[in-house]
Design a protein around this ligand. Sequence first.
Ligand code: PDD
Length: 283
Amino acid sequence: MSRWVHVNGDWLPEAAAKVSVFDRGFLFADGVYEVTSVLDGKLADFDGHAARLMRSLAALEMPAPCDRDRLLALHREAVARNDLTEGMVYLQVTRGAAERDFAWPEAPEPSVVLFTQARPLVEAPAAQRGLRVITVPDLRWGRRDIKTVQLLYPSMAKMQAKAAGCDDAWMVEAGHVTEGTSNNAWIIAGGRIVTRGLGTEILHGITRAAVLRLADEAGLAIEERAFTPEEAKVADEAFATAATIFVMPVVEIDGVRLGDGTPGPLTRRLRALYIDEMRRSAI
Ligand code: PDD
């Protein structure tokens, strides 16, 4: 079944949805994106994603193609046109088409693309068994707080994980875990929930922020600090967060099983809290 895809103001059947070969997103990965999950046909944490998009655009001195209200209308139209009840909306904004030149064009006309992907999120099969991850060196660029479409290294790391028979890779820099290929990394040790603090080394996850808030409201102990792979391997529990996986248990790191190798109780509790909160607040 063909989806309706938004390209620069038009809604097109997916086979007809095209951008220019001169688009700087295609030539230079000169673009940013957001992935917003859809639950019960509504957008989860839309305002967090819209705010981060604006932040990414500003960091690259790229003009915003529209305001938050127009963005919301586009997301809602993507959901409605595609009869989406559960899954995600992908939004990409690039600097648009220009003659190939390392310098940015002076008056860029951003390209805006939106499409949907249907996928079970609440009943995701991986949430039952948990993820097995490997660690790899973090060889990405230094501005990981900008959500750019420059995703080749995370893609290579994911392939390395698959080749090792695992689900994902946690990236390590200067002896500490930065994040997963497309998610933030967490451990639970001695009853404390630990995740890396914000900086340019990681993406400022919207799911991460919600989980920190919910954990705090539940009176759980939180530490925002870097942790080592060695610490993670002896942790009681571990998990990853992202719009596409919510709170996803991690049950094995570099072949070392955590606990009894099944999703831990606190992780399951945080996943349930997160899903309830998103169901309640989605718009
Ligand atoms: N990725 N870290 C990285 C490197 C990511 O790519 C993502 C999300 C996250 C989690 O961010 P959030 O909680 O806002 O989804 C952390 C999206 C889902 C993707 O690339 O598909």
